[in-house]
Design a binder for this molecule. Structure first.
Ligand code: 5GP
Ligand code: ZN
Length: 149
């Protein structure tokens, strides 16, 4: 265990509902999601904020977030878009000081539900949600293979 909860998650010392796990990057469900399928993407190597994040690793984090966002559109969650956000520093409401990218799925006309999500931030059916996202990633990979072939 460390004094960083996301390092503990990255090292497998704290639980998380994982959607993507690569050599450099881990993506898992936010425990207090703003919308269904709200994912956090982190570099496995600790950095506190954008000042200490290696740009190449930042690239890997964004690439994973981009892929997850595209996967959620193709998943049974059927999102129509997403907000990809980094809260950098206390002034920007960063609360966990291990750099992370939020992927917050959006649906056409979800304004009220989204506003409510900001208040309630309740995690529902995490296993089903994560499974749907992982399935979306499989669909995306199949689509890529189709285009390549
Ligand atoms: P920040 O405001 O720092 O950008 O957001 C931190 C996010 O991490 C919040 O959305 C919060 O719900 C999430 N979070 C905090 N602790 C944990 C945790 O232990 N596990 C998971 N999965 N998410 C966490
Ligand atoms: Zn850390």
């Amino acid at each position: 265990m460390t004094n960083c909860v996301f390092c503990d998650i990255a090292h497998g010392d704290a639980p998380s509902t994982t959607v993507l796990d690569t050599e450099d990057v881990l993506a898992f469900l936010d425990i207090r999601p703003i919308s269904r399928g709200h994912v956090l993407v982190i570099p496995k190597r600790h950095s506190t904020d954008l000042d200490t994040l290696e740009p190449a690793l930042g690239g890997a984090v964004f690439a994973a977030g981009q892929r997850i966002s595209r996967a959620i559109r193709r998943s049974d969650l059927r999102s129509d878009g997403a907000n990809l956000v980094v809260n950098d520093g206390k002034a920007a409401f960063q609360t966990v000081f291990h750099t992370h990218l939020h992927v917050v799925p959006r649906w056409t006309g979800d304004k009220l539900r989204f506003a409510r999500g900001f208040v309630t931030r309740r995690l529902r059916a995490p296993e089903e949600t994560a499974a749907a996202i992982r399935d979306g990633l499989v669909r995306l990979a199949a689509e890529d293979a189709d285009h390549a072939g």
